[in-house]
Design a protein around this ligand. Structure first.
Ligand code: TXA
Ligand code: MG
Length: 305
């Protein structure tokens, strides 16, 4: 075990927080079973206690200890774990404290792909809850420096996993009631999920089943204007596609939604540091990771739901 991983595991055992890199975004981690440790997460983020956390596990065997993994959940885990897929299932009754679940009788589980994250969870031997490491309402951190800037002072150990390859939070699906519902679009796309479990249940409106979706999210300080055809005076334009805006501020010059996802939160933060009058963002197709990007951009622009 590396010194870094050992220090992170010690911190978890002592009930302290850690910065946990994953392939999606940096997380703020704690022992899922320790309510005092979990309370530190809500305090550090300024997060509402109505908003439950994701329990990170090393594999499906560990997921089965905390969640009721029915046939649908098993198929999803088999297809997408380890990776950016979070499954909301019935809670089995042990291992993830009430506060972490916001008192719900369900639990969100995910096995991350990043080897450093897996090493920590494996060595700890139990579930690690970790929301994105931003303060509530701010863009998720996708680099070590951004994570340290957001919540670094609250942690006892910080792991540097480099820039996050995906750059957007995991896809969240619910299997409650024997149907698969998309609660939050993410790196695993709707069509990838449907290829495994068939058509998703109709959307019943945002936020109804995923408390975290009710709040304004992912917003930098500068106002965000989406579907912009160009920059207005004082704005920075985050372009998409060949020749749109300045190369430095391009989400993807080749018009690739996966590349745009990987850059989105970092560029929103960098643009914000220049104190522009606003941040304009070029239209983004809805294919591939586009659905998740457009979801985050609508929220950053203040259109919730
Ligand atoms: O990629 C990710 O998912 C990152 C990394 C660190 O793993 N984590 C993350 O966590 O984005 P957070 O806390 O920012 O988002 C968790 C989402 C929230 O929208 C929350 O409401 C939802 O998952 N959630 C958690 N437990 C739930 C449950 N039992 N039922 C419905 N939604 C739940
Ligand atoms: Mg978050």
């Amino acid at each position: 075990m590396s010194d870094d991983v050992a220090a992170a595991v010690d911190a978890l055992r002592l009930g302290d927080l850690i910065l946990l890199p994953t392939e999606t975004v940096y997380g703020l981690g704690a022992d899922a079973a320790n309510p005092a440790a979990v309370a530190k997460i809500f305090a550090a983020k300024g997060r509402s206690r109505f908003n439950p956390l994701i329990a990170h596990v090393s594999d499906v065997a560990q997921a089965r200890r905390v969640a009721v993994m029915d046939a649908l959940a098993e198929r999803l885990a088999d297809a997408f774990w380890p990776g950016p897929m979070t499954i909301v299932a019935a809670y089995r009754g042990e291992g993830v404290c009430d506060l972490a679940r916001a008192g719900l009788n369900s639990v969100a589980v995910r096995a991350p792909l990043l080897p450093l994250a897996r090493a920590v969870i494996d060595a700890f031997g139990a579930a690690v809850v970790a929301p994105s490491a931003n303060r509530s309402g701010r863009p998720s951190p996708t680099t070590f420096d951004d994570a340290v800037e957001e919540t670094g002072p609250s942690v006892a150990a910080a792991l540097d996993g480099g820039p996050c390859a995906v750059g957007l939070e995991s896809t969240v699906v619910s299997v409650l009631g024997g149907v698969v519902r998309l609660l939050r679009p993410g790196a695993v796309t709707r069509s990838e999920i449907e290829s495994i479990v068939g058509p998703l249940a109709a959307d019943e409106g945002d936020g109804h089943r995923s408390p975290g979706r009710l709040a304004l999210h992912y917003a930098p300080d500068a106002p965000v204007r989406i579907e912009a055809r160009g920059a207005r005076a004082g704005e920075i334009l985050l372009g998409f596609g060949p020749g749109v805006g300045e190369p430095r501020w391009s989400l993807s010059e080749r018009g690739d939604t996966a590349e745009a996802a990987a850059r989105l939160f970092r560029l929103l933060r960098e643009a914000d540091r220049e104190r522009p009058s606003g941040i304009a963002v070029s239209p983004m197709p809805n294919d591939g990771l586009g659905e998740a990007i457009n979801d985050r951009l609508r929220r950053a622009a203040g259109f919730v739901g």
